[in-house]
Write a protein that binds this ligand. Sequence first.
Ligand SMILES: [Zn+2]
Length: 113
Amino acid sequence: MHELSLTMNMIEIAEEHARREGATVITSVTMEIGALSGVMPEAMEFAFEACSQGTLADGATLEIRRIPALGRCRECGKESEMESLLDGCTACDSFALDILKGEEMALIELEID
Ligand SMILES: [Zn+2]
């Protein structure tokens, strides 16, 4: 499962940050997941439960913010929000879109104690 290694990675980063701040517990983790990142939020929550056991993030709340992707049409130049790779340009219906954002996944907020 793709989400498992991503989650382990994310928890490592969170722990590193928490230790640097002298914290012993991570109470909440907020992440942004791009609509085209291929990450399923439900799978991420499941993976987080499993991977956080025994770490500083054990019992932490995971908040996932899904952000829409943005693509720019190669035909007409218009930028459209995309929910999936099958979404075309909203102006001319072309599917030749360059993806500007939405493939990323990031840890954006951490609450520690
Ligand atoms: Zn277009």
